[in-house]
Design a protein around this ligand. Structure first.
Ligand SMILES: [Zn+2]
Length: 88
């Protein structure tokens, strides 16, 4: 079962009348699983760092230096999966 399948199963069976603590736990689990779905860093010129030219940026804003030669599987800042098998 891929993370996206688990997320869909949780959302489709979400207990609207369950204890708020359980719903909070499910929301946290869903957001943690969403970080497992590959979201490659975006190659762009950052608005605040134009002098640096094009670089790779995570959706959280972290810049990866020399991504082509030194790719990493996860963002060290937010935990987002950047490459691997669990593409949507
Ligand atoms: Zn990040």
């Amino acid at each position: 079962m891929k993370p996206i399948d688990v997320i869909e199963a949780m959302e489709n069976n979400y207990p609207p009348n369950a204890d708020p603590i359980l719903r909070e736990a499910l929301d946290l689990a869903i957001s943690a699983l969403e970080k497992q779905i590959v979201k490659p860093p975006e190659n762009k010129v950052h608005e605040k760092h134009k002098a640096l030219g094009k670089n790779y940026y995570c959706s959280c804003g972290v810049m990866f230096v020399d991504w082509e030669n030194y790719p990493t599987n996860y963002c060290g800042n937010c935990g987002q999966r950047l490459r691997g098998y669990y593409a949507k």
